[in-house]
Design a binder for this molecule. Structure first.
Ligand code: SF4
Ligand code: SF4
Length: 374
């Protein structure tokens, strides 16, 4: 088959585009681009288009929009042809009772994959209903019948802003809901937290599951290690300035124009595990730290534990912090994955290379932070 011929099983996609996609996929899931032929072969052998049910709960639709408006249309086209998206309230042509029937038919058959976008309302169930059913009932019943379940974005992974104190609706991520409210001891949910969820992450996780017939290796909070195994700080384009002790002190200062490191104006990259600097958004063109500090949206309870957003990470005082260990810092900021702090970052803190003159209000902000020790 020639490279510019369309694939029989993916009309309008050429063999060249398909292999390119498989190369991207191989790079994302850690096999490297050279695995493209093997991945292509595995996808071609999929017996039939797997059914996917996609629930929208407490969310803003950002994750879906990110997928549908992907700047790499061949990727989106491929995955949308690779699967049978049997139910997605916004995308599907059916509406009302017809949509509900499609949902029921697929779930009753049982041979489907489940994607959840949005948080579950547990304290005020009526705050999130679809076709008269609460998000709790839908999520519990659908999870039990699915072959595998993926929580896309920060809302489905951990509740996101909806779960910020005082959390009036009792918003929770899917896994926490299943464990704490639905009586499922060890739910297997692949979490892919970022806000919004990244289209290529979604496609990579789903493709990994389809190709390998199992979920990928997950970290302690259910995130695929192949995507979330590294700190943002360790891949950041501003890292050289961090190493050189060159920091933005105030937004808009000369250091901002020189694109120096954003640690002192609140960047949470040193305590956030996520692929943002490498995967990026909008056709790999942009990501948060290109414009401002990371707020740590891939980490649990970031809205409470990593605030104030524009202050340096709580309880980490740049100058004179010699002797701090990753565990101490992790306890201070109260996030489970802080033990993943890069050894280099700890070295920088311990040796005071973050520079002199940390903001005087830092101690105050640390005391006032909602994060604290957990
Ligand atoms: S602190 Fe933030 S801006 Fe600075 S190098 Fe780390 S991730 Fe990049
Ligand atoms: S860079 Fe930080 S704030 Fe931006 S999406 Fe990634 S984890 Fe979230």
């Amino acid at each position: 088959m020639r490279d510019d011929e369309e694939l029989a099983f993916f009309p309008r996609i050429t063999r060249r585009e398909f292999l390119k996609y498989c190369g991207v996929l191989g790079a994302i899931i850690g096999l490297g681009e050279t695995a493209a032929p093997d991945i292509a072969s595995a996808i071609e052998k999929l017996a039939k288009r797997p059914a996917v049910v996609w629930s929208l709960f407490q969310e803003c639709l950002g994750c879906s929009v990110n997928l549908l408006q992907s700047r790499t249309p061949s990727v989106a086209n491929l995955i949308l042809r690779q699967i049978s998206l049997d139910y997605h309230e916004t995308v599907m042509a059916a509406a009302g009772d017809q949509a509900e029937k499609s949902f029921r038919d697929t779930v009753d058959r049982g041979d489907f994959y489940y994607i959840v976008e949005g948080a579950i309302a547990t304290k005020v169930p009526g705050a999130m209903t679809v076709h008269g059913e609460t998000s709790m009932d839908i999520a519990r019943q659908t999870y039990k019948k699915a072959k595998a379940t993926i929580a896309i974005g920060s809302c489905a992974s951990d509740g996101n802003i909806q779960a910020a104190a005082p959390n009036p609706t009792g918003a929770k991520g899917l896994a926490a809901f299943l464990r704490e409210d639905a009586g499922i001891a060890n739910p297997v949910v692949v979490n892919s937290p970022r806000c919004p969820g990244n289209a290529e992450d979604t496609l990579a996780i789903l493709s990994y599951i389809l190709i390998n017939n199992k979920v990928p290796e997950l970290d302690a909070i259910g995130r695929p290690v192949f995507l979330y195994g590294q700190l943002i700080h360790d891949n950041c384009e501003r890292r050289g300035h961090f190493d050189a002790g060159e920091f933005v002190e105030v937004f808009g200062d000369e250091a901002s124009q020189n694109r120096f490191c954003l640690f002192k104006v609140g960047c949470k990259g040193p305590v956030t595990n996520a692929p943002c600097p490498t995967r990026k958004w909008n056709g790999h063109l942009g990501w948060c730290v290109r414009n401002g500090p990371c707020i740590g949206c891939a980490e649990p309870k970031f809205w409470d534990k990593l605030t104030p957003f524009y202050q340096p990470v709580a309880n980490v005082t740049p100058p004179g912090l010699g002797g701090a260990t990753p565990t101490q810092i992790g306890e201070a900021i109260g996030i489970a994955t802080a033990v993943g702090l890069g050894a280099h970052f700890i070295g920088q803190v311990a040796t005071g290379r973050l520079g002199k003159g940390g903001p005087p209000e830092q101690e105050e902000s640390s005391k006032g932070s909602k994060g604290g020790s957990s």
